[in-house]
Design a protein around this ligand. Sequence first.
Ligand code: MN
Length: 469
Amino acid sequence: MSRKPTAPGSRRDMDLRQWLGHLETTDRLAVTKTGRKLAFEIAGLANRHDGSRALVAPAPDGHAGGVVISGLLSRREWMAEALGVEPGTLLSAFEEAAQSPLPVNEVKTAPCQEVVHKHDIDLTAMLPIPTHNEHDSGAYITAGLMICRNPRTGIQNVAIHRLQVSGPRELGALLLPRHTLSFFTTAEEAGDDLEVAIVIGASPACLLASQAIVPMDFDELTVAGALGGAPLDVVRGISVDLFVPAQSEIVIEGRCRANLRRPEGPFGEFPQYYGERADRHVIEVSCVTTRQKPLFHTIVGGGLEHLILGGIPREATILKALQDMFSCVRDVHLAPGGTCRYHLYVKIKARHAGEAKNVLLGAFAAHYDIKHAIVVDEDVDIHDPEMVEWAVATRFQADRDLVVISGSQGSKLDPSSDNGFGAKMGLDATVPLDAPEFRFKRIRVPGEQELDLDAVIDPDAKLASLLGS
Ligand code: MN
């Protein structure tokens, strides 16, 4: 993977606009004609290009100056490329960044504050906010990095929460029981609102860092800095005491209101099903700042960009946890077919009988979302689901190699579970250590990989002349 040489002290990753430019020069950008519809058409176009091209939709209906972008990072190789690392070292690069974060660097002026709207805020009039799936309750901000501060310690947190546009200056938020909700609860118990800043159009490093599974009071922006090899430039908000990435496109500032809940949802989520409607948290917008011509990033629910962004940091965390427990673990992968959450493939070099089953038990302990785990040997490419299936087909016996754990905690968004209460299944698809060597000898054609096809294939040959007719 090539990457531009960087001067000492400068960032090694690409910012959002550099990455879009790079996608264009490498023929991975689909630019629509103007006037595409915000309701469904943009999501449909993004889905049709998912995994092959990023989408740029200029001037969607009613927004002469607006530009919607989507599908920027729908392949793990693209994320590695944007960060300037080899795909094979993506997980270790991410884990290294999480282990050695870099404090942010405050700047006084920033592109994300070129335009400031404090009055007459009307989100849908100001920003091209799409509606994605058939039964979504309406327009949603889906790629907004929500930044808030722990009221007890003052340390910032970054996370992506789905945000329903509920009114001209009101958002409905789904806050799952993680750091943002914990900080909000602290504020609410004291009778206070919680200040938030929602960052849209963040760099690939910021997007990935926002999904880092790190402890409370660990500012994810410091991971974004480390991912790029230099502190991240941030600027103080206009109406909130929060630092936001200076190079971002749009920042929505506001307060998550104490003692107020209003209906939010349904909304199409990552498992390809809808999250239900319920009374949820409410954000009142106080200020919107943007670049002169901002890009509005939207992530379509259940698309590859959605899955990959959550998948990579989870893989990095799970790999570290398993390697801390088991020296035989070589690599892990959360397969897109398993929503990059539920299906884990683990590659091991087994040395002791039964080791694969211990690894399975460790995998279920590493993250509660993991529902089915498959352990394979070193010769199986865990990024190729067909090869994993082949290993199960030829190395696994259900009465000997299957582990089932009933009544455990899983993802609440898995509709086959009882609100997350369900079963785990582990498959040991490794070759038994005591198997006779030749029984599992893989067939191989000597010299196959070394054949020079251009030298030996005749592109002008005609079958008819060979057959003498
Ligand atoms: Mn956090």
